[in-house]
Design a protein around this ligand. Structure first.
Ligand code: COA
Length: 143
């Protein structure tokens, strides 16, 4: 699918094949949560995810987000990131409005983790909850 906002010179798409690997890998490896993710892992993470790219008028990708979902009950939103020069223009909010209206996600509870962007997500109905995680590095360790 594709979205064009009325008031912003951008285009959004959920077609994974349109994503620009160099842009996304550069953004994620510069983030606080995915700095140690290899390019191979980042590209593999797209395979079974619903991925969104935002593109400027020149066609260059300026934002990314990814959702892992069963399409019926559960979705995990992650890797939400906008190129620094394009922040503060409403892209993050537009991405959230597209996300919550997406046909594959309409019946799902959408979860996410964030260090400091709670104020963005709360505007779109997200509530603060405590969750647990088992990290990949723990696999194989005695419990
Ligand atoms: C967070 C991020 C995706 C927001 O995208 P953006 O295009 O800059 O956001 P917008 O211009 O649509 O505005 C964001 C809104 O959320 C609010 N907000 C709350 N916490 C925020 C935060 N930590 N960063 C940015 N905006 C935040 C802003 O005040 C704004 O609301 P307002 O217009 O009512 O004042 C972007 O700043 C980014 O890529 N940051 C670095 C990566 C990151 O932290 N990602 C989120 C991890 S879960």
């Amino acid at each position: 699918m594709e979205w064009i906002p009325g008031d912003l010179p951008y285009r959004m798409s959920d077609r994974t094949e349109e994503l620009q690997p160099d842009v996304v890998v550069g953004l994620l490896q510069g983030s606080y949560w995915a700095a140690d993710r290899s390019k191979e892992t980042i590209l593999n993470s797209w395979r079974d995810s619903l991925c969104f790219g935002v593109y400027g008028e020149d066609g260059v990708q300026v934002a990314f987000m990814r959702v892992v979902t069963d399409g019926a009950t559960f979705a995990w939103l992650c890797d939400v990131i906008v190129v620094p020069e394009h922040r503060g223009k409403g892209l993050g909010k537009w991405m959230m409005s597209v996300l919550i209206g997406h046909p594959r996600l309409r019946g799902t509870a959408i979860h996410l983790g964030t260090r400091d962007a709670h104020g963005l997500y709360e505007q779109y109905g997200f509530e603060r909850r405590e969750t647990m995680v088992r990290r990949a590095a723990a696999v194989g360790r005695a419990i």
